[in-house]
Design a binder for this molecule. Structure first.
Ligand code: C2E
Ligand code: CA
Ligand code: CA
Length: 649
């Protein structure tokens, strides 16, 4: 059963759906002028044929009045056909249209019903025909406003069917019945059409909504792929794609951009001392300080860890670049407050300098990296602009990297061994294996140089493995009381699986794991404390020993010694050089030795070159030492002679 509410609903304007209202206005706004035009033409046609048979007020004045109303409405709609109304204005406009449809329907039906009384049968039939065609035309024009179309049909068809039926003539009765059924069919069609129309609007709206969701997802994806979530700065990917785009633009003329790299000084210490969440706060703050440089030509990105990139899309002189760098450094070195603590950090910047024409992205990056390296080594907290003197370093580094990549590492790498000496027993307790590389092209390459480059190019994994196998094979020939001390680089302990591989080599090798000591520098540990700690624990599990190398050179905090499973601390040679002349050095060494004693750790003093140093160190409580005084690093085949000499002495 069709409920009263549904019928009522069909005759009222539904203003609850803004999209539907907007579409209704758009659709019938275009058809309404046509509706009035049709009404006027039909009215004039009927009026003219009735001039002779009907009174003037019915044949002239009333239709003229109706036509004027139609004309006014027609012109109004014509002029406003392109307007877009707000929802608040559109709903009353629709209601007004509904109301007007009723009034105009009543007016025309009244006029036609009165006119129907005059004139002969032909004229009467013409009026009936006028009503039927006009109402069909109007209903079609109003189809998008179902309420108005239905109201019009009810008024016109309803009342005119009655007029025709009461006219009595069989022809008119037949016409009345006809009209009634056509009206009902038309109402049904209007209803179906409107339902489809409203459904279409709703599905269009859903489509738009789902498009909006898709767009948002794709925006989010883009953001995630290009923005660093911690600092909200563009990320590494975004940095390099901008750099590539700029390099392409500038490839014809001279390059029009500058690039730089920022590395924070002391960040790792913050991470270790205050925890990772404090480290994150510092990175966020750094991001915010960089963004404060609201210059559209300057682009900052976080490249990873505590490394940031800068691109400047403007040509600057070397002085301007330097000044900008110092301003940035000054900002970065202001104190950072992190959860109640204050951390002191600074940033070192390396500028790629003034690139010549056709500079490649890789070259620019290499230059900035070289300048940054110089800054980190000797001018922390400042900006260094790449210059000719760095050029040699870059060239040499890329040459070494190239040769190292191409090298037959198994044949070209070898080891020298330096004794670690017990001054009480006058005997070696172990030997430190020191990597050596003789390149057929470059000759002998210093270990700190090729190790650093191997670390950067990730060749260090192979280098360490080759050297470790050789060292283990050599140590197998030594008397059982001598241990092998082997240097690991930061990357070797940067993940547990990596450390595991090295331990597999030890366990498969001919030397007992207990005789193997791994030397690890402080910086290796501070790189990623958690991973390093896990790797060290694994090393200990296998039975190997762990030594903290170069103690005192980093931002040494004794907290590492507590928190990591070290067996030995090796005091860096920089303290030893002045131990017999400088009271402060002696004091430091003494306190480290005391610390070792308290913690039950072995202490090795490195770089002992003179007897005076040895005596001073002995007086301070030192016992195990290493240095030129006891023996320089020597090839494996010189070791037996050395042992004989020592034993003889
Ligand atoms: P290190 O681990 O501190 O090694 C000790 C360095 O001090 C060696 O330099 C050694 O020759 C030098 N040395 C020893 N006694 C004295 C002395 O009395 N006076 C002075 N002035 N120097 C002394 P070397 O062989 O040039 O090695 C330099 C650095 O290269 C090493 O420092 C270590 O960090 C790295 N390295 C060497 N071999 C390897 C290796 O196989 N793997 C890794 N990862 N690093 C290595
Ligand atoms: Ca070492
Ligand atoms: Ca050392």
């Amino acid at each position: 059963m069709i409920s009263v509410a549904r019928i009522k609903g069909a005759f009222t304007v539904d203003g609850s759906d803004p999209a539907l209202v907007r579409s209704q206005m758009e659709e019938f706004g275009r058809q309404i002028p046509l509706l009035y035009l049709m009404l006027m033409v039909n009215t004039v046609a009927v009026a003219v044929t009735h001039i002779d048979c009907a009174p003037a007020w019915l044949a002239i004045y009333m239709p003229a009045g109706l036509c004027v109303v139609c004309l006014v409405r027609c012109v109004r709609w014509w002029f406003f056909r392109h307007r877009t109304l707000s929802h608040e204005k559109a709903v009353p406009e629709l209601r007004k249209t509904l109301w007007l449809a009723g009034v105009i329907g009543v007016a025309f039906t009244t006029w036609a019903a009165l006119l129907f009384q005059y004139g002969p049968a032909y004229e009467q039939a013409q009026v009936a025909f006028f009503m039927a065609t006009t109402v069909v035309g109007c209903a079609f024009c109003l189809m998008h406003l179902r309420a108005a179309a239905l109201l019009l049909l009810v008024i016109v068809i309803g009342s005119f069917t009655v007029v025709l039926l009461v006219a009595g003539r069989p022809v008119f009765v037949a016409m009345g019945v006809d009209m009634f059924f056509v009206g009902v069919a038309l109402a049904f069609i209007v209803h179906l059409y409107y339902r489809n129309f409203a459904g279409l609007v709703a599905s269009k709206r859903e489509l738009l909504a789902s498009q909006a969701v898709t767009q948002k997802l794709s925006d989010d994806n883009f953001r995630l792929a290009n923005i660093d979530s911690l600092t909200s700065l563009p990320n590494r990917r975004s940095f390099f794609s901008s750099l590539n785009a700029l390099a392409e633009q500038g490839s014809v003329a001279s390059a029009t951009f500058h690039m730089g790299l920022i590395d924070l000084d002391g960040f790792k210490q913050v991470n270790d001392i205050y925890g990772h969440s404090s480290g994150d706060l510092v990175l966020k703050e750094v991001g915010a300080r960089l963004l404060e440089f609201a210059d559209p030509a300057i682009f900052f990105a976080r490249l990873g860890g505590d490394e940031f990139g800068i691109i400047i899309q403007r040509r600057l002189t070397e002085e301007e670049l330097d000044r900008l760098g110092q301003t940035l450094c000054e900002r970065l070195s202001r104190p950072y407050s992190i959860g109640g603590n204050t951390a002191e950090l600074s940033g070192t910047i390396g500028w790629a300098g003034l690139p010549p024409a056709r500079v490649s992205v890789a070259e620019a990056f290499e230059r900035a990296d070289a300048a940054l390296y110089v800054g980190k080594e000797s001018r922390r907290g400042t900006a260094v602009v790449f210059s000719a003197e760095h050029e040699n370093r870059v060239r040499r580094a890329s040459q070494v990297a190239q040769e190292l990549k191409a090298a037959n590492l198994d044949a070209e790498l070898y080891l020298e061994f330096q004794p670690i000496f017990d001054v009480a027993t006058h005997a070696a307790v172990g030997f430190e294996a020191l990597g050596r590389w003789r390149s057929p092209k470059l000759g002998q390459v210093r270990p700190d140089e090729f190790i650093r480059i191997a670390e950067r190019t990730d060749l260090i994994r192979v280098v360490t493995e080759v050297l470790l196998r050789k060292a283990l094979a050599e140590a197998a020939h030594w008397p059982a009381h001598l241990y092998l001390s082997f240097n690991l680089s930061a990357l070797d302990i940067s993940s547990v699986p990596r450390a595991r591989r090295l331990l597999d080599i030890v366990q498969e090798g001919p030397t007992d794991a207990e005789r193997v000591h791994f030397e690890i520098t402080e910086t290796a540990v501070t790189r990623d404390f958690r991973q390093a700690r896990a790797s060290l624990l694994l090393i200990k599990q296998v039975g190997c020993h762990v030594s903290l190398d170069d103690f005192g050179t980093g931002f040494s905090s004794l907290s590492y010694v507590h928190r990591l499973p070290f067996d030995t601390i090796k005091i860096d040679r920089s303290f030893v050089a002045e131990v017999d002349t400088d009271a402060a050095s002696a004091k430091i060494i003494k306190s480290v030795m005391d610390l070792c004693r308290n913690l039950g750790l072995e202490c090795v003093v490195e770089g002992v070159e003179t007897e005076s140093q040895r005596d001073m160190l002995t007086a301070l409580g030192g016992r195990v030492m290493q240095g030129y005084l006891f023996g320089r690093p020597m090839p494996a085949d010189a070791m037996s002679a050395f042992q004989l000499n020592v034993n003889a002495a």
